[in-house]
Each structure stands twice: as C-alpha cells, then as structure tokens.
Design a protein around this ligand. Structure first.
Ligand SMILES: [Zn+2]
Length: 133
C-alpha cells in the first residue's frame, strides 16, 4: 500500500469475512457479516443467518476489522475479519451466499429482505451440488 493511499475506513454496508480461510461455518464468531453502523470503536454488524429468520445483530470491536487478510509486513492474518465487498454502488444487491454486492442483473433471484438474494454464480454452484431447485 502506498503512503498516500486513503486510510482504511470501516463503512456501513461493507461486508467482511473471517481472515482465517479455514473457518468453520456455523460458528458465530467465524461467520461473515454486514456492517450496520459504526459507533466510536465499536461496529454493529448484521449476520443474515444469525438469530431468528431475519438475521441477528451483534457488536464487534472496530480493531478486529482489517482492510486485507495480510498485515503490512505481508503476513497472513489469523484473527479478525477482512474487507470483502462494498460499500455498494447505487442499486446493488447483496448476495446472501457469497456476501458480495452486485448489480441486480447478476442475480438469479432477488428477495426483498437483505441478504436473502442469490447471485447467478452462487445459484449455479448450489444447483451443481444439490441439483436444480
Ligand atoms: Zn453470490
């Protein structure tokens, strides 16, 4: 990263994934999430598969969020989360499977609730694994 690059900023609607690539799905602290709001040194995040049907909120210390999965020294991070996608451009939708913000025409189906839409590549992968739905 060059010295005059803008400082890394945590912004609402960015998505983050765990730095460790071998994270376990189903374990709350290792799941990806969407930033809901930033308040001081804490970030309120939303996880569409947490809590009840509409997802769950929780708080995470802002220092656990990183711009990339490697440190300035080039080492792989073992803890925290790294920026994955976003904030979205106008009109973009969140894919609830890969947690990327994509244009609407990238979606196989769009849901009205955040995080429940599925993009075309994810749908193709689901169909390959489980057969056509
Ligand atoms: Zn997707």
């Amino acid at each position: 990263m060059s010295a005059d690059a803008p400082p890394f900023e945590v912004l609402p609607q960015q998505t983050y994934v765990p730095c460790k690539t071998d994270y376990l799905w189903g374990e709350t602290r290792h799941k990806p999430f969407v930033v809901w709001s930033v308040e001081g040194d804490k970030v309120k995040v939303w996880d569409p598969s947490g809590g009840q049907r509409l997802g769950g909120f929780r708080w995470i210390a802002i220092r656990n969020l990183h711009e990339s999965g490697t440190t300035k020294a080039g080492k792989e991070r073992r803890t925290g989360w790294r920026l994955h996608s976003g904030p979205p451009a106008k009109g973009q939708e969140l894919c609830g499977s890969c947690f990327r913000w994509l244009d609407r025409d990238e979606f196989n189906k769009t849901a009205w609730t955040l995080g429940h839409s599925t993009c075309k590549p994810c749908m193709a992968e689901i169909e390959e694994r489980y057969g056509k739905l």
